[in-house]
Design a protein around this ligand. Structure first.
Ligand SMILES: Cc1cc2nc3c(=O)[nH]c(=O)nc-3n(C[C@H](O)[C@H](O)[C@H](O)COP(=O)(O)OP(=O)(O)OC[C@H]3O[C@@H](n4cnc5c(N)ncnc54)[C@H](O)[C@@H]3O)c2cc1C
Length: 544
């Protein structure tokens, strides 16, 4: 085992950057920053705040270079703390945000996508498969970065079209309204009865419609199916989702990041990329020895089969909840029991996406989304026909209106996600989804046009993503345990950050960003460094 100490902070010239063994190479830096480096335009976050300079040299390790780790590191660095990020992926930062750009001109926005590894990609031009939204846009501080960074965007919340296997649902199909009413009731019910036991959404929605005196019999049948739309946002089925903590967004607006989420990642990472040693790629952290004194943290990682260890005064762990729940990272001494309970009482979901490009647009061009509800089962015990996509709820985004691509993006939830992401044959995936495409034809008598390209996500096969997409409350979960535990241990040198640690924006990019900020502030307090006040809540870094 080799023991590495973190090198002192200092400027390096570009030649040195190119020859660093596992720091970020210039090529990587270029690809991370894109053709037009943001370095020149956003100097404010790069500058170390002299007013708040640390009286003593402090070192902090950050595990994970997703948005939360990058934000934690940049805030700490701004306050004069020496930071090193250990990122397990060998080739990129950004974690569950992933945008790829082809030929420097077109954007292949695969935010939160993994490209299907295929030799048969025929697309002559770059596709926008962007699957990245900014949620809760009225409170989301990252929204301020959109005009600042000149990111193209699109509010894709126009009226969607609803489908069942019989075809398009007419304007009097009000099952969705009943499902919305259920979500409203659910929230009210648990406010009134905070100690009432949790139960799966499917069970509660059935009870709600059965007791509802004023709805029609078809609404009673279809409303539980319409409630399945939420599956495509939370990433899990309503058979499993919690009623008590149901995240059901009825009123919020969602903004599609047409210009790419990578600009947010780059803006956050910019100050950190100035020193190629700050972000160490390919360091898969396996164990963390922790304590509450200076130099008491030792992080053990594996890089290309070689064991490394790093010593620091504090550590911020930002790996996904799926990684923590699977014990892919161990702690010595073991974590406090309340934090362990917190992780075990908060679940991890699996949202999946399938992008399909066709030679022609055959669907309604001016609707943002197409929502499909599967038919109600004859009895609760009737088995689901797993061989048909029409047995599952799907939300399909119209990439034609969103980004000018002749494509559709279909969202699926677990347990279907795991099945689709494990498929290796393009024709198998296409054949499975074809009945859905046929339903969406505006001219149903015409054959479907030729398939050009197809991609799927692969997060459920990705250990660095914890084999899933993001945290979700399943029935019986108590997310408050983790929140309380993190608050209780806010004065610890072992900090946690990431989307699962967020109370507001949990599961989302803006929530993850905020947790990085909180962890950094907690550590500044422990290290005796005055915080400069430029937090994301006040919006000041966005408007500097
Ligand atoms: C399919 C999908 C769709 C989504 N859609 C949206 C959306 O539209 N809008 C939205 O706001 N959010 C969306 N999200 C969620 C959003 O992407 C995440 O909440 C956010 O990016 C999480 O950031 P993070 O820093 O918490 O974690 P991550 O980005 O996962 O960062 C953690 C980092 O830790 C690294 N790591 C893991 N294990 C180790 C280890 N042992 N050692 C070292 N490094 C390790 C990982 O490689 C990763 O880089 C989506 C996510 C997915 C998967």
């Amino acid at each position: 085992m080799s023991t590495l100490t973190i090198s002192p902070r200092g400027a390096l010239n570009l030649n040195e950057i190119n020859h660093r063994p596992n720091g970020i190479s210039m090529a990587t830096k270029q690809s991370l920053l894109g053709p037009q480096s943001l370095l020149a335009s956003f100097e404010s976050d790069c500058a170390i705040s002299h007013a708040a300079a640390a009286p003593k040299h402090h070192r902090v390790l950050i595990v994970g270079a997703g948005i939360s780790g990058l934000r934690a590191a940049s805030v700490l660095q701004r306050h004069g703390v020496e930071v090193t990020i250990l990122e397990g992926r060998p080739d990129r930062i950004g974690g569950r945000i992933l945008t790829s750009r082809a030929n420097g001109k077109d954007v292949r926005d695969i935010a939160v996508w993994v490209v299907f590894p295929t030799p048969w990609q025929k697309s002559a031009h770059t596709l926008f498969t962007g699957a990245a939204w900014m949620h809760e846009t009225s409170q989301n501080k990252l929204v301020h970065l959109i005009p600042k960074l000149g990111i193209e965007y699109y509010y894709d919340d126009g009226t969607p079209l609803y489908f069942t296997k019989e075809g398009r649902a007419g304007s009097q199909f009000k099952a969705k309204k009943v499902a919305d009413e259920f979500a409203d009731y659910c929230e009210w019910y648990y406010e009134q009865h905070p100690d009432a036991p949790d139960r799966p959404v499917l069970e509660f929605v059935h009870e709600f419609v059965n007791k509802h005196p004023l709805i029609t019999s078809s609404e009673r049948k279809w409303a539980p199916q319409a409630a399945r739309e939420v599956e495509l946002w939370i990433g899990t089925s309503i058979e499993e989702a919690s009623s008590k903590y149901l995240s059901y967004f009825v009123t919020e607006r969602n903004l599609y990041m047409k210009g790419g989420y990578d600009k947010i990642v780059n803006w956050t990472a910019e100050p950190l990329l100035q020193n190629p040693d700050t972000i160490r790629l390919g360091e898969v952290v396996k164990n963390i020895e922790w304590g509450e004194k200076d130099d008491s943290i030792v992080v053990h990682s594996i890089h290309n089969d070689e064991a490394h260890s790093f010593t620091a005064d504090a550590v911020v762990v930002t790996v996904p909840l799926g990684v923590l729940r699977r014990d892919m990272l161990s702690f010595n001494p073991p974590l406090p029991t309340d934090i362990q309970d917190g992780f075990s009482k908060f679940s991890y979901g699996a949202l999946g996406k399938i992008f399909v490009e066709f030679a022609e647009v055959f669907w309604a061009r001016d609707n943002d989304q197409f929502i499909f509800y599967p038919s109600p089962l004859a009895t609760p015990d009737t088995p689901v026909d797993e061989s048909s996509i029409l047995s599952y709820a799907t939300v399909t985004s119209n990439l034609w209106i969103m980004s000018g691509t002749k494509g559709l993006c279909i969202q699926v939830a677990e347990p279907l996600t795991q099945r689709i992401e494990a498929m290796t044959s393009r024709s198998e995936i296409y054949n499975f989804f074809e009945p859905l495409f046929k339903l969406m034809r505006t001219e149903p008598y015409k054959d479907l046009p030729a398939l050009v390209d197809l991609e799927t996500t692969h997060w459920t096969q990705d250990p660095m993503a914890g084999f899933g997409s993001y945290s979700v409350e399943k029935s019986g979960d108590e997310p408050g345990i983790l929140d309380d535990a993190l608050k209780k241990h806010s004065n610890s040198r072992l900090q946690f950050a990431g989307e699962h640690c967020a109370v507001v924006g949990n599961g989302c990019v803006h929530g993850a960003f905020e947790t990085g900020e909180v962890a950094a502030r907690n550590l500044l307090a422990i290290l005796g460094i005055e915080y400069d006040g430029r937090d994301s809540r006040s919006g000041s870094p966005m408007t500097d």
